[in-house]
Design a protein around this ligand. Structure first.
Ligand code: BGC
Length: 381
């Protein structure tokens, strides 16, 4: 039994399975095609481009292409419906007049509208999710073989936006630390532009992706052969794992990959537990994230360390509540117990189920079965 951030006394009697995760993700998908970040948590009831694109990718991995396709159509319609917003953002970038309100948001209502502006609003200008949407769309098209004119128009629109805005300082993928050029954000944008550039045969997008890749590997974003969070902050952030898997922006055996992943294991992986976002995190106490444990498992497989991947899978499965639902974080060893209490008072229990946690769990399970298949290929008849 574990202490999740939101539920300290649970008895686990049902258990998490991949099938349950698939049902949860598809069953929570709105008719519009949007996936809510969490179907039951008030603050998480929006369609985040980031979370939803990971859910769609998980659905593609388990051959539920129709669910992924519905998500991508929803995003495409939202983008095309907000063309004026993207055009205004491009002007703002050109005129050096960027502010949080003018830049398009990271999340929408499930009907594709912008969230009403309130005092409680959480920061919304994040570029990584636009890059990740392009990456997941290109991957979806290559797996399902389906490309539609409106998907193509929306992808071209987002490519234009990112080619211009890629290096504008923004919030990171955790919706924190405004005003920085985050290494992990640049990686998402580079991967999205690279793959959308190939899909759309857009040379400018491909060149921009390559220049961003070089920027990431340059002196501002690295120190002693390790990627760092952003220029001036030499900590690692576990979201940097995605630079290697799934983005493959540099080989997993390169010195930078090996050093960065080792640092994430040494500094953020809690022994016999999950993975923290970064040192000093205080959100819900800065606990251990399910989805990052899954990412570490997928990266470990790419490095040939299946044992670590199996440990991550076992920890995730032991972290589910009685209904088999996964939370965002597990607070067995929070970095700041005081801030755990602060967030519980402010927002209540942590979002459970968090669909992104279930998506990453499914991706890890798929990566493990691919690795097992590679190790013991089926004999030809
Ligand atoms: C995370 C974001 C995520 C959002 C919705 C926030 O707590 O930092 O990365 O997109 O929740 O799940």
């Amino acid at each position: 039994m574990r202490a999740s951030v939101g539920d300290n006394a649970r008895v686990r009697d049902v258990g998490l399975t991949p099938e349950l995760s698939v049902e949860l993700i598809t069953g929570s998908q709105a008719e519009s095609g949007a996936y809510p970040a969490s179907p039951v948590h008030d603050v998480y009831r929006y369609g985040w481009l980031r979370d939803g694109s990971w859910c769609a990718h998980a659905m593609d991995r388990v051959d539920r292409h129709a669910s992924a396709a519905a998500w991508h159509r929803w995003v495409a319609d939202v983008m095309l419906g907000h063309e004026h917003r993207l055009a205004r953002a491009l002007e703002a970038v050109r005129d050096g007049a960027v502010d949080d309100q003018v830049m398009p948001p990271a999340r929408f209502t499930l009907d594709g509208e912008e969230e009403p502006v309130t005092e409680k609003q959480w920061p919304n200008f994040q570029l990584d999710c636009y890059g990740f949407w392009l990456w997941s769309l290109a991957d979806h098209v290559s797996r399902s073989g389906e490309m539609e004119p409106r998907l193509e128009s929306a992808a071209r629109l987002v490519v234009r936006y990112l080619v211009a805005a890629a290096e504008v300082p923004c919030y990171d993928c955790w919706e924190e630390h405004p005003g920085h050029r985050h290494t992990s954000t640049l990686a998402s944008v580079a991967a999205g532009l690279r793959d959308a550039g190939a899909l759309l045969d857009d040379a400018e997008a491909r060149e921009r992706a390559e220049s961003l890749r070089r920027l990431i590997l340059g002196p501002e974003h690295t120190l002693a052969s390790s990627l760092i969070r952003f220029p001036g902050d030499t900590r690692v952030d576990a979201s940097l794992l995605w630079t290697f898997v799934p983005y493959a922006l540099l080989p997993g055996n390169s010195e930078i990959a090996v050093t960065t992943i080792r640092r994430i294991r040494d500094e953020l992986h809690v022994p016999a537990g999950g993975v923290r976002r970064y040192q000093g995190d205080t959100f819900y106490g800065g606990a251990e994230w399910i989805l990052l444990a899954a990412s570490l498992g997928s990266v470990a497989i790419a490095q040939g360390d299946t044992d670590l991947a199996l440990l991550m899978r076992a920890w995730i499965e032991a972290s589910a509540n009685a209904a088999g639902h996964l939370p965002e974080q597990i607070a067995d060893r929070p970095q700041s117990p005081h801030m755990l209490a602060y967030w519980q008072k402010r927002w209540g229990q942590t979002a459970t189920p968090l669909l992104w946690s279930h998506a990453m769990y499914l991706i890890l399970v798929e990566d493990l079965s691919d690795a097992a298949r590679d190790e013991h290929p089926a004999r030809p008849n």
